[in-house]
Design a protein around this ligand. Structure first.
Ligand SMILES: NC(=O)c1ccc[n+]([C@@H]2O[C@H](COP(=O)([O-])OP(=O)(O)OC[C@H]3O[C@@H](n4cnc5c(N)ncnc54)[C@H](OP(=O)(O)O)[C@@H]3O)[C@@H](O)[C@H]2O)c1
Length: 426
């Protein structure tokens, strides 16, 4: 005899629609494999008059959140509203009432994780969020469970499909950012307001969640340095390609002792790096654990069914659990000492300059760099002189962020203009 679990949806757009389809179309397989059947008792939407693809049974759709949160038969609430408010309050209310929550909402989660975690622990409800990071890729479960025997030292993630799609097309076609963005919007691959994606915030929310789990200490969203792709120029991607590099928007988290750096920015990586081949809207997470070594997880980070795949697996875990488990955020080595934020990280840099074409200019740039401890690994002059200036491209060895900032400020601006600076991870 299958166990019947009554559930409620908060929201039923792209993701909710995918979950509806998967739960209904795959119900017999799920029951066969797990002994669980689900009744979707209530579905909250904003507008009852909207035309919908799904033919909901009478009485299921509602525009009143209390119909979900106050229904004592609903034991699991699935949230796919999007955005911080009112989703965060409603998730919190559900947890306080002892209802387990499965959510795809990285914003509400990254910004309010401590309160949600506490509400869940206090009431004994479960809190599941696999779909909030990298869609179908089971990276949350992997960090929470499968890699427990590891001390993770770094994570490099391509965690935003829209920006990966834009950078992939810029790289393939030599096209400029604004042209590819406009095309991506026409194709439905970028939102009409793309700012959260292209400014890097979406990736930063996800990175704060991944880093907190990987390092067993909270890494608040505010601790993540964020720089998006809006200033990336086709010329820099081309110059990087000529030197053997691919440009990606990377979400990077590194831990050294108690010091943690978290940053999202466009990054050149070697063409041979496994992440360089992750193209179009695909997501990937590359990490290193002291026992497992380096690993990469790749898959679809968005879309109705890929995201539903993660949500339904959370739902199955939640419905089968006799007792829910919660991640720990205590530093294993010394529980009373929190992780510290490091903002002066070490990285290599790519710098493109326009320099007056006369003897001694290159030597003066090299001298200024060396004054601040920045050493040059590669220098190239590109093309012919234009208006008395030539393009110079440098790749530096590893240098601290502050050293590079000071060096660039000290360069003689009568002789050289700095056109772009990008970070390089080797
Ligand atoms: N789309 C993806 O591929 C993807 C991937 C991973 C994670 N996510 C996350 O999943 C969540 C949902 O994304 P989505 O693409 O499915 O969004 P969506 O298509 O815009 O759907 C949102 C749903 O929530 C309902 N809703 C929104 N605000 C509401 C309110 N105040 N009261 C009642 N109902 C409300 C909407 O009602 P109406 O139907 O009446 O408009 C709609 O059904 C977001 O947190 C997103 O970040 C999405």
């Amino acid at each position: 005899m299958d166990k019947l679990v009554k559930i409620g949806f908060l929201g039923c757009g792209n993701v909710g629609g995918g979950v509806w389809k998967l739960l209904n179309g795959f119900a017999d397989d799920i029951a066969h494999r797990t002994g669980l059947r689900f009744e979707i008792k209530k579905v909250l939407v904003r507008s009852l008059n909207k035309q919908r693809e799904i033919d909901f049974p009478d009485g299921v759709l509602t525009d009143c959140v209390d119909d979900v949160l106050n229904d004592p038969e609903i034991s699991i609430v699935l949230e796919f509203l999007g955005g911080e408010k009112p989703a965060h309050q409603w998730i919190q209310m559900a947890l306080e009432r002892g209802k387990t929550v499965v959510t795809a909402n990285k914003v509400a989660f990254a910004l309010h994780w401590p309160e949600l975690h506490k509400a869940a622990q206090d009431s004994g409800a479960g809190l599941y969020y696999e779909a909030a990071v990298c869609g179908a890729i089971p990276i949350i479960h992997t960090l929470e469970q499968s890699l427990q025997a590891n001390r993770i030292s770094y994570i490099y993630g391509i965690v935003n499909g829209t920006t990966n799609y834009i950078l992939t097309r810029m790289s393939r076609e030599g096209a400029e950012y604004s042209d590819v963005l406009a095309d991506a919007q026409k194709l439905g691959l970028a939102e009409p307001d793309p700012s959260s994606d292209v400014e890097g915030f979406d990736a930063a929310y996800k990175l704060s969640i991944l880093a907190s789990l990987a390092f067993h200490g909270r890494v608040p969203f505010e601790n993540v340095y964020v720089e998006g792709i809006t200033k990336v120029q086709a010329e820099d991607i081309r110059c990087g390609q000529e030197l053997g590099y691919t440009l990606k928007l990377l979400a990077i988290a590194k831990r050294d002792g108690l010091s943690v750096e978290t940053r999202v920015h466009p990054t050149f990586i070697k063409n041979e790096h496994p992440l360089a081949s992750v193209s179009d809207a695909f997501n990937a997470v590359f990490l290193r654990g002291h026992a497992c070594g380096e690993m990469m997880f790749m898959g679809r980070g968005a879309g109705d069914l890929p995201t539903a795949s993660a949500i339904v697996s959370d739902l199955l875990r939640a419905a089968a659990a006799e007792k829910h488990s919660y991640p720990t955020f205590e530093n294993v080595v010394n529980p009373s000492v929190p992780l510290q934020k490091n903002t002066d990280w070490q990285t290599a840099f790519y710098v493109r300059m326009l320099a007056v074409d006369k003897p001694g200019v290159l030597a003066s740039v090299a001298q200024t760099f060396s004054l601040y401890g920045v050493s040059i690994a590669v220098m190239q002059q590109k093309g012919d002189q234009t208006d008395g200036r030539v393009t110079l491209v440098f790749i530096t060895h590893q240098a601290s962020e502050q050293a590079m900032t000071h060096a660039l400020k000290s360069i003689n601006s009568d002789l050289v203009s700095v056109e772009s600076v990008l970070r390089v991870e080797n």
